[in-house]
Design a protein around this ligand. Sequence first.
Ligand code: TXA
Ligand code: MG
Length: 348
Amino acid sequence: MKTEYFRVTDINGAVFEKAAGVINRGGLVAFPTETVYGLGANALDPAAVKKIYEAKGRPSDNPLIVHISALSQLGGVVSEVSENAKKLMDNFWPGPLTLIFKKSKAIPNETSGGLPTVAVRFPENETARKFISACGVPIAAPSANTSGRPSPTSAAHVMDDLDGRIDMVIDGGSSVFGLESTIVDTTGKDAVLLRPGSVTREMLESAIGKIRTDRAVLEEPGGDFVPIAPGMKYKHYSPVCSITVVDGEINKVREKILSLLSADGEKGISSGVIATKEDSGFFDGFKVIEMGSDNDEARVAASLFASLRRCDALGLEKAYVKAFSEEGLGLAIMNRLKKAAGYNIINV
Ligand code: TXA
Ligand code: MG
């Protein structure tokens, strides 16, 4: 299959008509959102949705997020909206927040992974909204990466993973937030945070009060517990390069990483460090991938996945990265880093 590539600006409005044609014929279109790029299909068409799983190599029990471009579409895809859901929608939609609802009959099992619930997101990104609205149907979309790889924050990342496997890519530039949406289950009496993102736990709590956080957000699933969001149980966000997180007092962390890099060098292992601007000068003479600044966690979040992909582009076998605080946006950053590292964490 030839993947057609368009910049949003290439052919103005016509790109959306073209994309809608692909979706309405049961095809796949990758599109930008403010979180990461999504791989879209008609959420109501089981055959189209199956193609998403094939293109990504995604396990079929991992449900997709249904994207809408107007609140008026919600009634068609869900059967109940709780008080918590209403408050969260009022505060954070459109935006980087996905809510879990009881699903309506219109949602096929292929989209919901066989669950009685459905994940719904109303993105803010203008290109995403124009695309969904042109299609005239809700759009099922996981992140537009090969299953297990870091999520794509640019159209180039999408092409690296899926060129020749999907019908079309719409290039709308780099994703502003760069981490997948926050996911909150609103179906029970108390809301539960299933995946942290740019709508932080603190922001959610300011809208609906204390919220429970699923254990899978920071602990390795397996053994005695299963995450509520099926996708959280899989190895994720992983470059081929092996990632190690180093946690502790910053001077000790820098020294530890420096000694690990030196030891790798002596053994002929190609390694590097993913570092903030403030730390990077400390690793002179080693391969440094710069990832934002300590004073700007939003930049760190936005460049995290690109930095992980960069490790592979540089052919690194190993890369080290410091742990961040788990407050605010740090919770989402640490959730992705721990998964990328396969929970390989050194405490100093
Ligand atoms: O920012 C995002 O959320 C991006 C953009 C494209 O919108 N999408 C995304 O999709 O990250 P994906 O498929 O990579 O992650 C969806 C997550 C998975 O962990 C999945 O298990 C969970 O949402 N999920 C979907 N439906 C669910 C449901 N009914 N109950 C619990 N978890 C659900
Ligand atoms: Mg994903």
